[in-house]
Write a protein that binds this ligand. Structure first.
Ligand SMILES: [Cu+2]
Length: 517
């Protein structure tokens, strides 16, 4: 990325942090009281570590060979680490080709990557590429003997193989540096609405929830069937929270961090922070052209032993369905109390700071330009195939694919009450080429991009097959695959022409038709 934008972003972040410091609710950590100074009548509680105090270490994990259409989950040991003990005070993830350029997000997509340190999630990255900045005075302890691993899912939206690296820029302070003196250690105490899980996802169905918004787990009565609330954890000892932000997927609006404490025998819950999705995407809340908000650098919240921290994540359910969505909260916390505001006496849920600006890899939005094929509604009916099968071979739906010529483009046709069965013959190619049949609003034939097509369809006409494949993570049936290679259309679809796409490879489009009688 151009350095100038980085500096502008950092400057905006710092200014926003100073503005936020004017709020009365935020108190300095006692450890850094010597850094206090008066700014416009308010207490300046400090910002991020200045550039002059930190080393910039650029690391690359890879090369990672990406097969055609890949969408699998992998776990690897990471040897690309700092060479000396010290403190990590910043982390900026990216995904690059071997030449260092960043692939467009509609070509190669970083679904997620989580860096595990000694078995615990420490850093994460999604396509929103949130940059972690640790407030000045704090740091994540690092030892050369720490064992690093990476679990990641990189998604090739094309049928061409490629090679990429996961890049990460560390802001680092060696243990021997003078500014390392007195650093207060902070640790990742994050939350996930699906708990600690190799593939923590849930589905958001269009029109679910309330008033066009669906909050997980609140709006899903079956979120935790055995009663264990995966979205919360009990605080084990008094501590201070110093940073928080959330990871969402397109469609996501915000993630909330709450604290519940029993006060005078009555449990009370307060919002600690709402991390909002700030979309640059012209089409709205629908793509990875987004940045999250993170807490200002002077945000300090005193939490107590026995508190219950919890989170929810909220999606826009008016505009589409969001399959395999996520809600993950990063929260840095001290091990022992280091000051901070009591959230039950003061509001700490201050507005966040937009983490970065628009990224050029999100420039291709789609939805216009030359159509990938004809409008299926205008096509004559294809073969009448009640209980028939449509094979999927080499990224093409065998009948009704919008890219096919001749009569093969015509929608396979069934009678109402019957169903058409799709069979993914690519499921076992390489590490697996997994496809979906997902309804999209007709005609669904515009150009592919990060914002098109969307999993939207009129009420009663939506469907999704899941990822058709059998060998997922850890063998048969593991995530993200559905554990089967076939899917049959619902038998209750009203008469009409149905358009669909593959969520994994959105250039794949097709249609089928239901007729009455
Ligand atoms: Cu596909």
């Amino acid at each position: 990325m151009p350095r100038s934008r980085f500096w502008v972003g950092l400057f905006v972040t710092l200014v926003a942090g100073l503005l936020a410091a004017a709020g009365p609710a935020l108190a300095a950590s006692k450890h850094h009281s010597k850094k206090r100074k008066i700014v416009h009548g308010a207490v300046d509680t400090g910002g991020y570590w200045p550039d002059s105090d930190v080393q910039h270490i650029h690391l690359r994990f890879g090369p990672i060979a990406i097969s055609p259409g890949q969408n699998n989950i992998r776990l690897d040991v990471v040897t690309q680490k700092p060479k000396v003990d010290g403190w990590i005070v910043g982390f900026t993830p990216n995904l690059t080709w071997t030449n260092g350029k960043v692939p467009p997000v509609d070509v190669i997509h970083l679904h997620h990557a989580v860096w595990l340190v000694n078995g615990h999630p420490q850093f994460g990255a999604g396509e929103e590429k949130t940059r972690v900045r640790v407030p000045q005075g704090f740091g994540m302890p690092y030892k050369t003997t720490d064992r690093w691993a990476l679990t990641y899912m990189i998604h090739n939206l094309t049928p061409q193989p490629t090679t990429v690296y996961l890049d990460y820029d560390l802001r680092f302070i060696p243990a021997t540096a003078p500014q390392a003196q007195g650093i207060v250690p902070v640790y990742q105490g994050g939350l996930d609405v699906r708990g600690l899980n190799i593939y923590p996802v849930f589905d958001v169905h269009q029109f679910s929830g309330h008033n066009g918004r669906f909050t997980y787990p609140t709006d899903d009565p079956n979120a935790y069937p055995n009663g264990v609330k995966l979205n919360q954890r009990v605080v084990e000892s008094d501590a201070t929270l110093v940073s928080a932000f959330v990871h969402l997927h397109p469609g996501g609006l915000y993630g909330d961090l709450y604290d519940t404490r029993v006060i005078d025998g009555v449990p009370k819950t307060v919002l600690l922070f709402r991390s909002r999705a700030h979309y640059f995407e012209p089409a709205g809340t629908v793509s990875w052209d987004v940045a999250m908000t993170n807490t200002p650098p002077n945000w300090r919240v005193a939490i107590k032993k026995g508190d219950i921290l919890s989170m929810t994540s909220t999606y826009n359910s008016r505009i589409g369905s969001w399959y395999e969505a996520m809600g993950i909260m990063s929260a840095l916390t001290t091990a022992t109390p280091d000051g901070g505001v009591d959230p039950f006496t003061h509001n700490v849920a201050v507005p966040g700071i937009v983490n970065h600006g628009h990224l050029p890899e999100n420039n291709h939005h789609g939805g216009s330009g030359p159509a990938v094929g004809p409008n299926p509604a205008t096509l004559p009916s294809g073969p009448l195939t009640d209980a028939g099968k449509v094979p999927i071979d080499n990224f093409v739906y065998g009948q009704g694919d919008l890219t096919l010529g001749g009569s093969k483009v015509n929608p396979p046709t069934i009678h109402q009450g019957q169903s058409l069965t799709f069979v993914n013959d690519d499921a076992n190619v390489g590490p697996g080429e997994w496809h979906t049949i997902t309804s999209c609003r007709a005609p669904c034939n515009a150009q592919t991009g990060i914002a098109y097509p969307l999993a939207s369809a009129p009420p009663g006409r939506s469907f999704d097959s899941g990822e058709l494949g059998v060998n997922g993570w850890n063998g048969p049936g593991g995530p993200p695959v559905a554990g089967r290679t076939t899917w049959s259309t619902p038998t209750n679809l009203p008469a009409g022409t149905y358009t669909y796409f593959c969520r994994i490879h959105p250039f794949m489009r097709g249609s089928f038709r239901v007729i009455s009688g």
